[in-house]
Design a protein around this ligand. Structure first.
Ligand SMILES: [Zn+2]
Ligand SMILES: [Zn+2]
Length: 279
């Protein structure tokens, strides 16, 4: 049976599949981060908003013990609701932050890359404001959020660093180097913003935190055509657990069918019905 999303009631991470812990959905944007155990190691997938660091660290200690530290932090993409606490946590834990090679320039604060891959919101609002700031102020601001001291790139379509049995699935479109993570042995799929399990693309969906499958937030997506290809690619993986960056993860026998049906509607354009307030 496919379970529908509900609000999280505590700051404790839940085990949603063997060795996969979900912290969230958290806050107004119903954000999730994931702790993945692999042998004696563990890794953090995504790092929430900038204010979420202490909350994430505390939840990790509940799962893995006091003073625990991960082998690495892995980011699905470099947006402030997924990478917000990455730098802070990487410094506390003294661990690297891995991103896809195509996401690395964004993570390292390269303004030319930010302008090139801007979604509508960045294109019309953020990039013009940053241009108006002047180069010195802009570079100082970008340097403050840059991950360049801690960032590394991982190999696309290969095993994930420090996580045996997990592979990195490139799912670009929302951002150029967006990735998902997949454990084929039991078909657990972590999708960041490539597919989410709440209605992110309508104002009422966001305010009421409505459950349901959705593509990435359109205002902040670089290429909608590429987004659709990535949604179709994820559906072909036929997950038994669909764990997105927002909304309560979906588990059970009907998960693969629900994602396939959504992907069909999405690629044929019916999903635009969900986007009437989104662009
Ligand atoms: Zn995003
Ligand atoms: Zn997001």
């Amino acid at each position: 049976m496919t379970r529908s999303p509900q609000k999280s009631t505590s700051g404790v991470a839940r085990e949603i599949a063997p060795d996969v812990y979900c912290l969230g959905p958290h806050g107004r944007t119903q954000t999730n981060v994931y702790f993945i155990r692999s042998g004696s190691l563990w890794a953090l997938i995504d790092a929430g908003w900038a204010k979420d660091g202490p909350h994430i660290k505390k939840a990790a200690e509940c799962v893995f013990g006091a003073d625990t530290r991960p082998a690495s932090i892995l980011l699905t993409h470099f947006h402030p609701d997924h990478a917000g606490s990455a730098l802070q946590l990487a410094r506390i834990w003294d661990c690297p932050v891995y991103v896809h090679p195509d996401e690395l320039p964004l993570a390292n604060g390269d303004f030319a890359a930010i302008a090139k891959y801007a979604g509508p919101l960045d294109h019309w609002v953020v990039v013009p404001l940053m241009r108006a700031m002047g180069r010195r102020r802009r570079e100082a601001m970008l340097a403050r959020s840059s991950l360049s001291d801690v960032s590394r790139q991982f190999e696309p379509n290969a095993e994930v660093p420090d996580l045996a049995r997990w592979e990195c699935i490139p799912t670009p479109g929302h951002t150029p180097g967006h990735v998902s993570f997949f454990r084929a042995s039991d078909r657990v799929l972590i999708t960041g913003d490539a597919v989410v399990t709440m209605k992110l693309n309508s104002v009422s969906g966001l305010l009421l935190q409505r459950p349901g499958l959705s593509g990435p937030p359109r205002y902040t997506s670089w290429s909608w055509r590429v987004v659709k290809e990535s949604v179709a690619k994820l559906a072909r993986l036929e997950p038994t657990v669909l764990a997105g960056g927002h909304g309560r993860p979906m588990t059970g026998d009907e998960t693969a069918g629900a994602l396939r049906a959504f992907a069909d509607r999405f690629s044929s354009g019916d999903a635009r019905l969900n986007l009437k307030n989104g662009h």
